[in-house]
Design a protein. Structure first.
Lengths: 115, 115
DNA sequence: AATAGTGTGTAGTATATACTACACACATGC
DNA sequence: GCATGTGTGTAGTATATACTACACACTATT
């Protein structure tokens, strides 16, 4: 899933900009081309959180989505949850089956500062 | 933090029940006494999620709290987040600075099925 | 036809994670 | 006073994580 998604996006960008070759992207991201090749073809498991974040920047993709495809949760979110574990555990489990729109309404209520 | 907390709770339970010795608890949890000893004294980093969950059951503690002390987020929560990463990422980041009471109100609104 | 650039196959490595094994000293109960 | 139970110190191990190194074939460029 993640690998395919990365490759698709990279090839898309490559059409208009030759600098999105596997080798050049790998270099800019700070990994070896062989490794990126394996990641894209899903021959190896997804890379570390740090590498995924660099890839998201490089390929203009959402880091949270990429991390999710790798089954990971961003360190900053983990930290927020770990500071109030019971509170967030309850909240997240409650929202498991709640449709996106309803959750978004909740988000906005909070954003609008009703508290 | 986690180790000390586990030891305190175990010793508390041991007062009324000799079967809460380090050795016996370790055996029931499925790890070796030496390992539990090191965990409690924080000589080694926290154990795996699976072991933490068994300890939480054995010592009647909240798993989410123990996991948080280990800097981890429960696999079931991770799964929920990873299914809708952008949605939950936004929600959690929004709620970072929101006081407990306001978050709880939100939880209850949802629980009450306003959607 | 030589050079540079593309991606890939096979193999190996460093570090972290999650523990176990064995031996010891101290205390407690019978 | 000897067995049994308590926790601990030192050392070692298996598996997973996160990569690298090197060599190769193919394509495009000059």
């Amino acid at each position: 899933m993640l690998g395919e998604y990365l490759r698709e996006q990279r090839e898309r960008l490559k059409v208009n900009d030759k600098s999105y070759s596997l080798r050049q992207v790998a270099q800019r991201v700070g990994i070896k081309p062989t490794y990126l090749s394996k990641i894209e073809r899903e021959e190896l498991p997804p890379p570390s959180e740090a590498t995924i974040k660099k890839l998201s920047q490089e390929l203009d993709l959402d880091a949270d989505i990429l991390l999710a495809m790798a089954g990971k949760v961003s360190a900053d979110l983990r930290e927020i949850i770990c500071k109030r574990p019971q509170l967030f555990a309850e909240l997240i489990r409650q929202l498991k089956e709640v449709p996106d729109q309803a959750v978004l309404r909740v988000v906005r209520e909070v954003t609008d500062g009703n508290w």
